[in-house]
Design a protein around this ligand. Sequence first.
Ligand code: SAM
Length: 300
Amino acid sequence: MTTPHQFGGHWTDEKLERLRKYLHAYRQIFSKNPRAKQLRTIFVDAFAGTGHRQNTPVDANQTLPLLVDALPIYDEDATAFQQGSARIALETTPPFDHYLFIERKPAYIAELERLRQQFPELAPRITIRQGEANAALQDWCKSTNWQTHRAVVFLDPYGMEVTWATIEALAQTKAIDLWVLFPLGQAVNRILTRSGPPEGGWADRLTTFFGTTEWKEAFYRLNPQMSLFDDEASLKKEATFEQIGAFFLQRLATVFPKVADNPLYLRNRQNVPIYLFCFAAANEVGAPTAVRIARDILKK
Ligand SMILES: C[S@@+](CC[C@H](N)C(=O)[O-])C[C@H]1O[C@@H](n2cnc3c(N)ncnc32)[C@H](O)[C@@H]1O
């Protein structure tokens, strides 16, 4: 029996279609260009899921969970099994030299093992690792020889699971092309409360996520309606979805030499941008070509 993995909606197709196109273009370049051919290529799916996914109907009575990451929110009325990112990657031609699938749920790991059996020729190239994505990625960045390897890393979390330390580790390899799903309306905008900046654990969470405390100045302004009797200056949220997205891209640009400036807005049926699909390239030499291709793919 297979373990169903229910998440996403129409936006998921938009995202995975972009990933499919990029992986194809990437492997074309690395199999044709004489210098690039010398390098070994790796595809990493750090929130790999099962390799397939099932859309589910919207639950009209659904309320917001207490924890931001206690999601997903389903957004479609179609129920169908579709391809997940791991399968899409394995179908890339020509194939990658190596695949690393990271997933924390044992039941999903079992599904990924089943997926491996469906690709017997690629099976020896596939590593499936059960564990926490940030720890596993940071380990992998340290233990890989970046003189001889290049990689595409796909980060597809539900919410704010990716830490800034991981983004930095990926950038420092100077060898990785990164596709990352930024949880714009799904998580970040919800934590940025209107009444004033979040405090305590929520504030720490934003800081770990963005790798800076500057989010506070970026998203909050002094409240002009402060009364004369208020002792402390109060702050009021002043951030649109566009500004929050732009802040994340600016953060990526502090560590990656090039970032695509046209991320894809993935919207739910109420037209709320729940995610931004972003691209950044870490290799100085390859980055202009990588970003040009990614920009084109993001446009369509
Ligand atoms: C949106 S799903 C990924 C879907 C997948 N990319 C696909 O297209 O089929 C997110 C996955 O990340 C896993 N996950 C969540 N937090 C994780 C973490 N900290 N480390 C590793 N896996 C995690 C979840 O169990 C889930 O399978």
